[in-house]
Design a protein around this ligand. Structure first.
Ligand code: GGG
Length: 357
């Protein structure tokens, strides 16, 4: 198979984790006789520095001319005081909007060898396997106005939570379709006791659920969901929620697996050009030190092989290689105590040699 992959390493540890992932993909290509071509593009802070724009037009072109996109991370203190349109995060949000990457899938699945790495009790996290479906192109992240204003004579600020009914419907459809191939349970998370947007979300969830009679729908308030993730995470199969709630709950849920450095994601578009990225950000405090955990990005690449290219065997080979490396006891610094950790590159090399086993 011949495929072109756009690579947007971005900022901070984004570069290191994407470098490792490219090496893993090259090894997969060699092992399974595929041809993967890689096209690099700028995004985030690097793109601001080099092009004056967090999402240059040429980056969009590279993405549109590719079969899938792998992104590292964006952001860093260097750009913290920039005006909002020149913040690295703007590049990622603009990319999601431009490519209509509306369905962000974030699997939360524990690895047996990491059960002790979770701050939660082993018996609570053993066997956890659910997926968070985060709406990615609406809500507070994109609603206008979003600005500082004068209100009742005082300095004030407004962010707008805006959703079209059709946007709510399509993400719920994605969640129900996913649940049909899993344990057939959807937990729709909202704040319907306070927010009108959540009341409409609930209405739409009820409507959509009628089309999937084999799938059970449960509504859960976001504050309760945050608590239930810690109290009893095994109850979940598919969690579907709006943009901001999904962002917060998935960082919380990452601790079930032991580290945010383990969480992969796929952002699916309406037209088949999908983006794959780790859930974590650019971690500027550890950038350039060769200590970041590359597994979230490597597992995102496995999601790409499965979802975008239909390469199930190859995706499984990566997942098994990661599992074998973790079973061998090797850990990056986020998963073990100081002095015992191995480097980003070493984890990559071990995954590649485990692929050959
Ligand atoms: N790899 C994810 C990343 O770089 N996240 C930084 C970021 O801008 N996140 C915005 C968001 O997803 O809420």
């Amino acid at each position: 198979m011949k495929k072109t992959i756009a690579l947007l390493p971005g900022d901070g540890i984004g570069k290191e984790v994407v470098d490792v992932t490219v090496e893993v993909l090259k090894a997969v290509a060699e092992h399974f006789q595929h041809q993967f071509n890689f096209n690099y593009g700028l995004i985030g802070g690097d793109a601001i520095d080099q092009k004056g724009n967090p999402l240059p037009e040429e980056t969009l072109e590279i993405c549109r001319n590719s079969d899938a996109i792998i992104l590292g991370a964006v952001g860093g203190p260097k750009w913290d005081n920039n005006p909002v349109e020149l913040r690295p995060e703007r590049g990622l949000l603009a990319l999601r909007k431009a490519l209509d990457l509306f369905a962000n899938l974030r699997p939360i699945k524990t690895f047996d060898s990491l059960l002790d790495s979770s701050p939660l009790k082993k018996e609570y996290v053993n066997g956890v396997d659910f997926i968070i479906v985060r709406e990615l192109t609406g809500g507070l992240y994109f609603g206008k106005p979003s600005e500082r204003i004068v209100h009742e004579g005082q300095e004030a600020v407004v962010d707008t939570l805006l959703y079209k009914r059709s946007e709510i419907e399509r993400i719920l459809v994605s969640a129900f379709e996913m649940a049909q191939n899993r344990r057939k349970h959807v937990t729709s998370v909202d704040k319907a006791n306070v927010l009108e947007s959540s009341r409409v979300w609930r209405e739409v969830a009820e409507e959509v659920s009628k089309r999937y009679p084999d799938v059970e729908l449960e509504h859960m308030l976001v504050d309760n969901a945050a608590m239930q993730l810690i109290r009893s995470p095994k109850q979940f199969d598919v969690i579907v929620t709006e943009n901001m709630f999904g962002d917060i709950l998935s960082d919380e849920a990452s601790m079930i697996t032991g580290s945010l450095g383990m969480l992969s994601s796929a952002s699916l578009s309406s037209d088949g050009l999908h983006l794959y990225e780790p859930v974590h950000g650019s971690a500027p405090d550890i950038a350039g030190k060769n200590i970041a955990n590359p597994i979230a990005t490597v597992l995102s690449a496995a999601m790409m092989l499965r979802q975008s290219f239909g390469l199930e065997e190859e995706a499984k080979a990566i997942e098994k290689a990661v599992d074998n490396v973790l079973n061998s006891g090797l850990r990056t610094a986020d998963l073990t105590e100081a002095g015992k950790a191995v480097s980003t590159k070493r984890i990559g090399e071990e995954i590649i040699s485990a692929l050959a086993d």
